[in-house]
Design a protein around this ligand. Structure first.
Ligand code: NAD
Length: 499
């Protein structure tokens, strides 16, 4: 784990840091064409950090034009993979060298504890870029099984211009999962960060240029979803949209594609992970610790947050007691303090939304065992306490909708088939977790659960070497692994008659 600077140092750096705030097109920072901006508030204290350029359709038009020109003239797309690899490795190295600055921008922008932005998010970005850089000169085409007088080549080509639209919960980490494989495959990219968290995306645009990624290949257009995001989704010259965000907006991108040029769409959307604890879990203390981290990490603002806790009836009482003991120890605090493990919500809007969900839990008759309040309001920050509901019924809003906050909904179950039925009773299917030492029960559950990823005796589904993504309304397409690279390519079949 990287060493992390002390609290005072982060406070001082926060006073001195510069905030990137312009659109990045063709290798240059420029104002939005219409000259509009929007304020960037820190959820730590409500302070306005800077005014960000509000990109709109004109800026998207310029960015796509620049990306298309770069793609067609081959300044990146036609480089030998070995060369793209070298430049991407240099890009990763420069990000590593700027890790403190980037982690601080992320924390100030969205309230994630500096401990995690510095030791998880930025190192993860570096790993992702390196992984795809390393992969790109090891991917081969195929030769079709044909007769001696003919030759069939199956090659993979970049798609062209990829629009990457990302959320605010792991701003740079999620962005890297798109731009790293897209760039490695030879595409040009237009990245649209979430309006709540544009800073790191804007900063790394210049770092990419310094590392040798040619101007025009990597463009960043900050702005609101319905303007900049929609313009990218509807653009006639964008070949693919790679989206991570809510299910609601994911559906809009399908519509935009259908109403424009039928561009490819890959969707990583919402989730409502069922975390299923059987009485025969190998170690109930470990299961408790994971259940707590699984919902409260990043203040619950995680697509795979283990927000539905399903506990076998016969251990329900003791499990909840241990869980409450652990959850009571979590203290929300200043995200700039490296001792803080639980920071703020991303902004006022999300804070309000989560409080409404907590209210609905009360109204619909769930038992509030812990938290449920907004605190530290005098700081100007967006703090909500870790919240645990018990005796939740499957039809309640907090059991069905993705809250995207630190709110746990607990339901007791009787046996495996009851657990499976409860777990699958959801519009989402991103991840499911099962805790049992019974191997055949684990395998049967893994088969029966409708999720893109199932974890057994673990909640860790983020592995570079394993595809990550959902089924049902959690989306389709996979990030990570070579599958996550292939989706930024298209297959071409070339048939050659040899006689
Ligand atoms: P969101 O859907 O509101 O926004 C995501 C992106 O879409 C942002 O860049 C936003 O500006 C843009 N957008 C919003 N409205 C738009 C519109 N009308 N047209 C075009 N673009 C638009 O999501 P969010 O609130 O930023 O993030 C939270 C969501 O992201 C949660 O649902 C979470 O589960 C999901 N998420 C999923 C994964 C995954 O890998 N499956 C990972 C992280 C987050």
């Amino acid at each position: 784990m990287p060493r992390i600077a002390p609290y005072e140092s982060w406070i001082q750096q926060a006073e001195e840091i510069e905030f990137p705030n312009q659109v990045f097109i063709e290798g240059e920072y420029v104002d939005a064409a219409a000259g509009q901006t929007f304020p960037c508030h820190s959820p730590i204290d409500g302070r306005c950090l800077t005014q960000i350029a509000a990109g709109d359709s004109e800026d998207v038009e310029r960015a796509v034009k620049s990306a298309r020109k770069a793609f067609e003239d081959g300044r990146w797309s036609a480089l030998p993979p070995k060369k793209r690899k070298r430049i991407l490795m240099a890009f990763a190295e420069k990000i590593r060298a700027h890790a403190d600055e980037l982690a601080l921008l992320e924390t100030l922008d969205m309230g994630k504890p500096i401990l995690f932005s510095r030791t998880h998010d930025i190192p993860s970005v570096v790993r992702t870029i390196r992984w795809y850089a390393e992969a790109i000169d090891k991917v081969y085409g195929e030769i079709a099984p044909l007769g001696n007088n003919e030759l069939g080549l199956i090659t993979r080509e970049p798609l062209g211009v990829v629009g990457a639209v990302v959320p605010w919960n792991f701003p740079l980490d999620m962005a890297a999962l798109k731009f790293a494989p897209a760039l490695a495959a030879g595409n040009s990219v237009v990245l649209k960060p979430a309006e709540q968290s544009s800073l790191t995306a804007l900063r790394i645009a210049a770092i990419a240029l310094e590392a040798g990624i040619p101007a025009g290949v990597f463009n960043v257009v900050p702005g609101k979803g319905p303007t900049a995001g929609q313009a990218l989704g509807r653009h006639m010259d964008v070949d693919m949209i790679s989206f991570t965000g809510s299910t609601e907006v994911g559906k809009l991108f399908l519509k935009y594609a259908g109403e424009s040029n039928m561009k490819q769409v890959a969707l990583e959307c919402g989730g409502k992970t069922p975390n299923i604890i059987f009485a025969d879990a190998p170690d109930l203390d470990v299961a408790v610790r994971n259940a707590v981290d699984g919902i409260f990490y990043n203040s619950g603002q995680v697509c795979t947050a283990a927000s539905r806790l399903l506990v076998e009836e016969k251990i329900h009482g003791e499990f909840m007691e241990a869980l409450l003991d652990a959850a009571r120890k979590i203290e929300p605090g200043d995200p700039l303090n490296p001792a803080t493990e639980f920071g703020t919500m991303v902004d006022e809007t999300q804070t309000g939304r989560v409080l409404e969900y907590i209210e609905s839990g009360h109204r619909e008759g769930a038992d509030l065992l812990l938290g449920g309040e907004r605190i530290n309001q005098e700081s100007g920050g967006c703090y909500i306490t870790p919240t645990v509901f018990d005796k939740v019924r499957r039809e309640m809003t907090i059991a069905r909708e993705e809250i995207f906050g630190p709110v746990l909904a607990t339901i007791a179950f009787s046996d495996s088939s009851n657990a499976t039925e409860l777990a699958n009773d959801s519009q989402y299917g991103l991840q499911a977790a099962v805790w049992t030492r019974d191997l055949s029960k684990a395998h049967k559950m893994a088969r029966a659960l409708k999720a893109g990823m199932v974890t057994i005796n673990s909640l860790d589904s983020y592995k570079e070497v394993m595809p990550f993504g959902g089924v049902k309304q959690s989306g389709f397409g996979r990030d990570f692994s070579l599958h996550g690279l292939h989706k930024y390519t298209q297959m071409k079949s070339t048939y050659i008659a040899l006689d």
